[in-house]
Design a protein around this ligand. Structure first.
Ligand code: NAP
Ligand code: F7E
Length: 340
């Protein structure tokens, strides 16, 4: 019989890639999706799998629907990917972010504990929990957590409560501490997609200069499609555990911009300092990137670089896509939209 998996957050970037991956493993895939006026399954459509996933109404703020779905579904595996995932807006919506990300996870765990004890549970933990400092070399499973945003602290609650349910109630709970991962399916507000979209708009549609915030923070960026496989792999192990998933490389936002500029066909040159720093295209002498104070966060995570030794050793996993390949595939996807 086919294994049954529930993916919460099916309409998001990782939900779509994970659904595609589990379908390739012959799973019956159920997708948790909250009702929105506009409907939001474009990522499943883009991957050509919208008819292959059974969509269930799913709202993380609501206990009753979670209990019903978990009780009736008796899933082999539940992947909890749903979240208010944008760090920037968590400063404006701290209560909602905590309710969804922290208590939403607890609601699912309680439902599993009461109604479906054999269900394996995956929690989407995040490198934001580390709150990376400038002088750190890397972060791994034993590094200290110092969350710097309402998002990070809500995810830390979810991370620890999953640990507590694993140890206290013997549930099969794993947390993947994933570092930033991007793709053509990334939401428009995240910096990588914003850069690629903004630069293509300037190149192909006479767009205005791209405006960004802190270009000196460093991130460990991988390709989302490489990362979803590891979520599944964690749940196939004999014992549940937590793993850091990362590339082991780190780059500034400025480096990302420079590479994307070259792929898209600009010749970037930066001038000025602080809020007056600007990037010019030497081919056209136009300003293509400006700094805008409004994109700075009240508190910043300066440096993230993951040490993925444990995942390499135990799960026999390594990332397949390099930083430059990732930027290239995001740019090429965006350029295609204009060419079409
Ligand atoms: P995403 O694209 O923002 O997707 C988030 C998903 O959660 C969407 O399907 C969204 O539905 C759903 N959601 C939000 N609020 C909900 C609610 N109240 N009830 C039910 N569903 C709700 O995020 P992602 O990049 O795929 O990330 C997947 C997970 O991994 C998230 O938990 C994120 O925090 C975590 N994570 C991401 C990264 C990364 O770099 N991508 C790294 C570490 C951890 P709508 O479409 O209706 O908004
Ligand atoms: O910001 C800086 C910003 O919003 C990256 C989520 O998936 O990964 C993601 O969180 C960096 C930050 O991602 C702009 O200040 C500069 O230093 O793309 P981001 P994030 O905050 O790292 C983690 C692992 C998650 O778990 C989250 O769910 O870029 N930055 N200028 C900017 N960021 C944005 N969004 N927009 C700017 O204009």
């Amino acid at each position: 019989m086919k294994k049954k998996a529930l993916i919460t957050g099916i309409s998001g970037q990782d939900g779509a890639y994970l659904a595609q991956f589990l379908l390739s493993k012959n799973y019956k895939v159920y997708g948790g999706d909250r009702r929105t006026a506009s409907g939001s399954l474009w990522r499943l459509k883009k991957l050509g799998i919208e008819d292959k996933v059974k969509i269930l109404d799913f709202e993380l703020a609501e206990d009753t629907n979670i209990h019903k779905i978990i009780k009736e579904g008796q899933f082999n595996e539940v992947y909890n990917l749903a979240a208010q995932s944008f760090v920037g807006s968590s400063f404006d919506t701290p209560l909602m972010t905590s309710n969804i990300n922290a208590f939403g996870t607890l609601r699912i765990l309680e439902a599993i504990r009461y109604y479906s004890k054999n269900t394996k549970f995956y929690q989407a933990s995040t490198s934001e929990m580390f709150g990376g400092l400038k002088d750190e070399k890397f972060q791994n499973e034993i590094s200290r957590f110092r969350p710097k945003s309402p998002y990070a602290v809500s995810k830390l609650y979810a991370h620890w409560i999953s640990n507590i349910y694993r140890e206290g109630y013997n549930l099969f709970c794993c947390s993947g501490i994933l570092f930033n991962h991007e793709s053509p399916l990334r939401g428009d507000e995240f910096v990588t997609k914003k850069i690629v979209k903004g630069l293509c708009k300037i190149k192909y549609a006479k767009g205005q200069p791209l405006e960004v915030g802190n270009i000196y923070s460093k991130r460990d960026w991988g390709f989302a499609k490489d990362y979803v496989e590891i979520m599944w792999k964690m749940l196939q192990q004999k014992k549940p555990d937590d793993y850091v998933i990362s590339t082991g490389e780190t780059h500034t936002i400025k480096e990302f911009i420079n590479i994307a500029c070259k792929i898209i066909g600009f010749k970037p040159k930066w001038k000025g300092k602080g809020l007056n720093e600007k990037c010019y295209d030497l081919k056209s002498s136009r300003v293509i990137v400006k700094i805008n104070k409004k994109y700075f966060r009240p508190a910043e995570v300066d440096f993230l670089r993951g040490d993925n030794t444990k995942a390499r050793r135990i799960l026999n996993w390594k990332p397949k896509t390099s930083f430059i390949q990732l930027i290239k595939l995001m740019c090429e996807d965006e350029i295609q939209l204009y060419k079409k």
